[in-house]
Write a protein that binds this ligand. Structure first.
Ligand code: C5P
Length: 242
C-alpha cells in the first residue's frame, strides 16, 4: 500500500530554478516527489534536476520522449544518470521504442520507472479525428496502455476518467499517474473535467499530479495537507487500492 504522501506529485511548472526552489522550500518535508516538465527543463536544463535529487527529492521527469528507439534509449539512460525516479515516453512511439526505453531504464543504476502517455488529456474526440486516428478516444487509450504494458512499461499516465476502465480491463499490476486533479473546493482554472484527489484514488490512480492548485495557493503547505487528507479518505473507503 502506498502512503498518500508517496502518491502526491507536485508539478514545478515554472520557468526558473529560483521559482522552483522557492516552491520546494515552502513545502519542506511535506512533499517528496516533484514533476519537472518541459518548461522548467527547457529553461534550466538538467542542473535543476540534479539539485533537487541531491536535496533528497524524488523527480518525475515528464519530457514525454517520442523518437526513434535508439534516440529514446539514449535519452532514458541520460535521465537515469540524473537520478530521476520516474520518466515519461509516448506509447504511440510503438513497441520497439517502448521496449528499448524500459530496457535502458532497468539496465541503469537508479532504474527509473517508465510511464507511458497514452492520449494527451487535452485531446477530445474531434482532435483525435483531425490527426487521422479512427475510433473512440477510450478505445485508443486502452489499446495504447495495453501496448505499453506488454512492452514492459511500469505504468501509464492518464486522466482519472480513463483509469477506472484501464483497471477493469488491464488489472491492478501497473502504476497509473493522473493529472487534472483539483483539491475539493479549489478553483477549476482552465480545466473543464477535473477530479478531486479522493476521486482519482477511488478510480484506481496510484499517483496524482497537482500543479497550480498547490503551487498557486495562498498557503501551498495547507493545500498539500488538504490533498493528503482527501486521499486518506478515499483509501479508507476503497481499502487496498495499490
Ligand atoms: O493543472 P495543473 O497545474 O494541476 O497541472 C499539473 C500538470 O499536470 C501539468 O504539468 C500538466 O502537464 C499536467 N496536466 C495534464 N492534463 C490535464 C491537466 C494537467 O496532463 N488535464
Amino acid at each position: 500500500m502506498i502512503s498518500p504522501r508517496e502518491r502526491l506529485i507536485v508539478a514545478l511548472d515554472v520557468s526558473s530554478s529560483v521559482e522552483a526552489q522557492e516552491i520546494v522550500s515552502s513545502l519542506g518535508d511535506s512533499v517528496r516527489t516533484y514533476k519537472v516538465g518541459m518548461q522548467l527543463y527547457t529553461a534550466e536544463g538538467p542542473q535543476i534536476v540534479r539539485e533537487l535529487v541531491a536535496s533528497g527529492k524524488k523527480i518525475f521527469l515528464d519530457l514525454k520522449y517520442h523518437d526513434i528507439p535508439n534516440t529514446v534509449a539514449a535519452a532514458v539512460r541520460e535521465a537515469a544518470q540524473l537520478g530521476v525516479s520516474m520518466l515519461t515516453v509516448h506509447a504511440s512511439g510503438g513497441t520497439k521504442m517502448l521496449q528499448v526505453a524500459t530496457d535502458a531504464a532497468r539496465g541503469s543504476r537508479y532504474a527509473p520507472q517508465v510511464l507511458a502517455v497514452t492520449v494527451l488529456t487535452s485531446m477530445n474526440a474531434e482532435d483525435l479525428k483531425q490527426t487521422g486516428v479512427p475510433g473512440s478516444l477510450a478505445d485508443l487509450v486502452l489499446h495504447l496502455a495495453s501496448l505499453a504494458l506488454a512492452a514492459g512499461c511500469d505504468g501509464v499516465v492518464s486522466s482519472a476518467h480513463e483509469v477506472r476502465n484501464l483497471r477493469a480491463r488491464l488489472g491492478n499490476a501497473f502504476l497509473a499517474v493522473t493529472p487534472g486533479v483539483r483539491p475539493a473546493g479549489a478553483a477549476h482554472g482552465d480545466q473543464a473535467r477535473v477530479v478531486t484527489p479522493a476521486e482519482a484514488i477511488a478510480a484506481g490512480a496510484t499517483h496524482i499530479v497537482v500543479g497550480r492548485p498547490i503551487t498557486g495557493a495562498p498557503n501551498p503547505a495547507a493545500a498539500v495537507e488538504s490533498a493528503l487528507r482527501d486521499m486518506e479518505k478515499a483509501e479508507l473507503a476503497v481499502g487496498q487500492n495499490k
